[in-house]
Design a protein around this ligand. Structure first.
Ligand code: T46
Length: 134
């Protein structure tokens, strides 16, 4: 089974342009408690390198593009986000890395929980330990 789960958003377009609605519990499969965005990322920079213990997220590149690597400890897959109507679902206990940000990339992330640093697993060996042995 693929680790890459994308969600296609409906674009409500008319002659004026496009509009996308992201509602928690509807197209986004959880209640949204937090929104953050990453932009102005410098050339060659990679981010992420962690997993979350208890957090679901949907990432959308509303402008520009970037690549995500998702890893469940057994399988690793990569996806390009380059569309304002495509969301990437990042479940808990998925190690993720982001790179290849275009200079105009604006990456918006919708999260199911408030920020909590203790929810992060930032050490890959610890991540493997948690996914393999609980
Ligand atoms: C994730 C990927 C996709 C906060 O204070 N509150 C927040 O809500 C967030 C998201 C971050 N921060 C602080 C923590 C760090 O001092 O902002 C700083 C940068 O965060 P971090 O180094 O974790 O950024 P990324 O890009 O590596 O990871 C972020 C999210 O933190 C993470 O949850 O899944 O984007």
């Amino acid at each position: 089974m693929s680790l890459i789960k994308t969600i296609s958003f409906k674009s409500l377009g008319d002659e004026r342009g496009s509009l996308v609605v992201l509602e928690g519990g509807k197209v986004v499969p959880f209640d949204i408690k937090r929104v953050y965005y990453i932009f102005d990322t410098k050339e060659g920079v990679s981010r992420g390198f962690h997993a979350h213990r208890n957090l679901k997220q949907v990432a959308v590149c509303v402008t520009g593009s970037c690549r995500f690597v998702l890893d469940n400890g057994k399988q690793k897959e990569e996806v390009v986000l380059d569309s304002a109507i495509k969301g990437l679902l990042i479940n808990d206990l998925i190690w993720h890395e982001m790179y290849d940000f275009s200079s105009d990339c604006v990456l918006i992330v919708l999260a199911s929980e408030h920020y909590n640093e203790s929810d992060y697993i930032r050490n890959y060996q610890e991540f493997l330990q948690v996914v393999n042995h609980g």
